[in-house]
Design a protein around this ligand. Structure first.
Ligand SMILES: [Zn+2]
Length: 290
């Protein structure tokens, strides 16, 4: 009993002195089973290793993302790849059964998204901005924006209890210029887990070694040998550090530390949902704590 009491006191002290962080619940929502992986995978690895509950959701089943496969068989293959990637990232991976390449921001899909956010009891939701070349990405952005207030409205999707606290909504980084550029409000150093991220991306063989090289016209660059493939993937999938992201890294990590950062993932705060202060962002991303 005494021991239990002293452990309880120790835990309380740690919490009060800020040494431990209450693990939060994060849901990343992408259009396809590989989108969250590329845009937020390193951050997901870091958060899940801190005890956070992290879920990836693909709003479509990916059944159009291949040059010689398609339909149900491709959807099955991509589901299996997503599950393997989820294991490697340390997240659970849900795939919604909507057709790839045909996503529209319908009421039906909006309700699916609302339910996913509620069921995960999310503190933080991360999704694409609604300005992207790919309609599925664009409409995933719209769908999550459309859900951002409705997740708290009890009479919408009434069978799934509403969230009592509106989550913080963030956008993944993109490089589109119009109508406005991405603003890196927060940037996370993922250098220490970059190799792990690449290992997890490697689970999506149908995408990174087959489909994307084919549609991008660089199939001839994909190495045949497994070890060389991963090395190639690390170069192929590294996210460029823009001057704006570097500035954000300096803000959060200090200029000395920031100068050594090789890989980062940045996020913009969405103006819907709970608006976080800098201290709130440090609580959400404890790796930023000074
Ligand atoms: Zn995609």
């Amino acid at each position: 009993m005494k021991r239990i009491l002293s452990i309880a006191i120790l835990i309380t002290c740690c919490v009060l002195s800020g040494h431990t962080q209450t693990p939060l619940r994060v849901i990343m929502i992408g259009a396809h089973p590989d989108d969250c992986d590329q845009d937020g995978g390193g951050t997901a690895i870091l958060l899940s290793s801190m005890g956070y509950a992290v879920k990836f959701v693909a709003v479509t089943n990916g059944d159009a993302g291949h040059q010689s496969e398609g339909g149900g068989m491709l959807a099955k293959r991509r589901f299996a790849e997503a599950q393997e990637a989820g294991k490697r990232f340390g997240v659970t991976y849900d795939v919604l059964d909507n057709h790839d390449g045909e996503l529209v921001p319908s009421l039906d899909v909006r309700l699916q998204v609302i339910r996913k956010i509620r069921e995960w009891n999310a503190d933080v939701v991360i999704a694409p901005r609604p300005n992207d070349y790919h309609p599925d990405h664009r409409y995933t952005g719209v769908l999550v924006q459309d859900a951002a207030y409705m997740v708290a409205v009890p009479n919408v999707a009434a069978e799934t209890p509403p969230l009592r606290k509106n989550p913080v909504f963030l956008y993944f980084q993109d490089f589109f210029q119009r109508p406005n550029t991405f603003r890196p409000d927060v940037a996370i150093d993922i250098t220490s887990v970059f190799d792990k991220k690449v290992h997890a991306l490697d689970a999506h063989a149908s995408q990174f070694y087959e489909w994307l090289p084919w549609i991008g016209g660089y199939s001839d660059q994909v190495p045949a040998n497994v070890a060389d493939r991963k090395k190639w993937l690390a170069t192929n999938r590294a996210i460029r550090l823009t001057p704006e992201v570097k500035k954000s890294l300096e803000k959060w990590y200090g200029s000395e530390k920031a100068a050594a950062i090789k890989h980062a993932e940045a996020f913009e705060v969405c103006e819907y949902g709970t608006q976080p202060s800098d201290d709130d962002l440090r609580r959400i991303f404890p790796m930023l704590k000074k």
